[in-house]
Design a protein around this ligand. Structure first.
Ligand code: URA
Length: 468
């Protein structure tokens, strides 16, 4: 095959066949297509897009570049959850042990902080000793032991994605719906799962702030999953303000532990239960959302989810004592209160700005070699809709130096707006997108209803025409 002809066809909005896409990805991984040529192809895709069958072919090619875990010998339904990323999004830390405590097998391969959003691996690594760099054998052993393992991507899974993602990162081509969909779904399918629940974040602090774009991404991921034999469902959830009351690696682990103890913030619990219900339904462990919710709440209240988290920490080399004594987690040396600049109700907290300020105090990386500060972060004492008086403390900055805490504290105050009138926070779960099989059933039922109502309507007319 000839690279330039494939490039020109994409530039001219043409379609590539599955075997052509497979050849491109394979040749790139082998080093036969250099970075500069692949960068040109990615830019052509960024500008011209890929249709559904091309995106399926790209996803398949990325999966085929590495190993696919075969988890068939581990009994139970294997279901994972993936979030497109947010600020204060520590749902995985609560949901993975909670779903496992209900009987779901959760092989969760997560990422690091990306841009202004946090990453599950960085949060977990704030637990002293916790290892996320498990080998495939260690990952399987942890999964067999606890029914849940939380680790980073290994070199064996989807090596093409690692190479392509790094290239996209430096060529301004990350922000493409088919490229994002193929990148996410390939990594998840390589885990050997039976089903996947997506948390597609939308709003100011999300990568897809516009709901329409978030929905488009969700639909595409559902369809690719289905084409490759995996049931995928999605919830669109709000990321217009940070999730929960803490943002920061160790601070979020603390909040996750509190939530597993039944003492966490309501919004975090709500999103966790909504996603968890979908996991249990996909796993066939519940038939109705209300039943799934009851099972999750029971596991939480009986302390089984917390015990699962303790077991995960112990198995993966961390200090399980943090579960009983979160003060063992790293903490920042300095704290700075942030005061309300208005009275009434908190109207908004700018999640994107909070995420960007988080980068300044070391929650993520601006450059590859930046060092994370595990103890740094923010605690929000006031969230949207809560009453407030001018001068009251609305947040606390945790930072490694007084100067940084003061500087970031002043900027954090500007992330809040206030209103005299009562404010309702945005709904947390904005939309639910069922998997392809489920949507087919709904469409069939609707067609039957329509046919039934048409025939009963015509029956009614016939009766009416009859003479009395
Ligand atoms: N997360 C991924 O794993 N891939 C993308 O392309 C974007 C976000």
């Amino acid at each position: 095959m000839d690279f330039l002809s494939l490039l020109r066809r994409k530039q001219a909005r043409g379609r590539l066949r599955a075997d052509e896409i497979a050849w491109l990805v394979d040749s790139y991984v082998k080093g036969e297509i250099p970075d500069y040529q692949m960068a040109a192809w990615l830019m052509a895709v960024y500008l011209r897009g890929l249709d559904k069958s091309e995106t399926v072919a790209l996803t398949r090619a990325i999966i085929s570049s590495g190993l696919v875990l075969d988890l068939n010998d581990i009994p139970g339904p294997k279901i994972d959850k993936h979030s497109t990323g947010g600020v204060g999004d520590k749902v995985s830390l609560v949901l993975a042990p909670l779903a496992a405590a209900c009987g779901v097998v959760v092989p969760m391969i997560s990422g690091r902080s990306l841009g202004h959003t946090g990453g599950t691996l960085d949060k977990l690594e704030s637990i002293p000793g916790f290892r996320t760099n498990l080998t495939v054998a260690e990952f399987r052993a942890a999964l067999e032991k606890n029914g849940v393992a939380l680790a980073g991507q290994t070199d064996e899974l989807c090596p093409a994605d690692r190479k392509l993602y790094a290239l996209r990162d430096v060529t301004g081509t990350v922000d493409s719906i088919p490229l994002i969909a193929a990148s996410i779904i390939s990594k998840k399918l390589a885990e050997g799962i039976d089903g996947l629940v997506l948390d597609v974040k939308t709003g100011r602090g999300a990568f897809m702030p516009a709901r329409r774009q978030a929905r488009k991404l969700a639909r595409l991921m559902i369809e690719i999953g289905s084409a490759l034999g995996c049931r995928v469902r999605a919830l669109l959830t709000s990321m217009s303000q940070p999730l929960g009351r803490s943002v920061g690696n160790a601070l979020e682990v603390r909040e996750a532990i509190a939530t597993l103890r039944g003492d966490g913030p309501e919004d975090l619990l709500e999103v966790t239960l909504a996603l968890g219900s979908e996991m249990l339904l996909l796993a066939g462990l519940a038939q109705k959302p209300q039943q799934a919710r009851r099972l999750l709440l029971r596991a939480l209240h009986q302390g089984r989810a917390l015990e699962k988290f303790r077991a995960v920490i112990a198995t993966q080399g961390g200090d399980p004592a943090v579960v009983d004594n979160p003060d063992l987690l790293p903490s920042a040396r300095y704290q700075q209160s942030v005061y309300a600049t208005g009275s009434g109700y908190v109207k908004s907290i700018d999640a994107l700005e909070v995420g960007l300020l988080g980068l300044e105090i070391g929650l993520g990386r601006k450059k590859l070699d930046d060092v994370i500060d595990p103890g740094a972060g923010f605690i929000f004492l006031k969230k949207v809709g809560e009453p407030v008086k001018k001068g009251e403390t609305v947040a606390v900055v945790h930072a490694s130096s007084l100067q940084l805490a003061e500087k970031i504290g002043a900027a954090l105050a500007q992330c809040f707006t206030y209103s005299d009138r009562k404010v309702e926070p945005e709904e947390l779960v904005l939309e639910r997108l069922g998997d392809v099989e489920e949507r087919r059933k709904v469409r069939k039922a609707a067609r039957l209803r329509q046919r039934y109502s048409a025939s009963s309507a015509s029956g009614f007319k016939v009766q009416n025409r009859q003479p009395a």
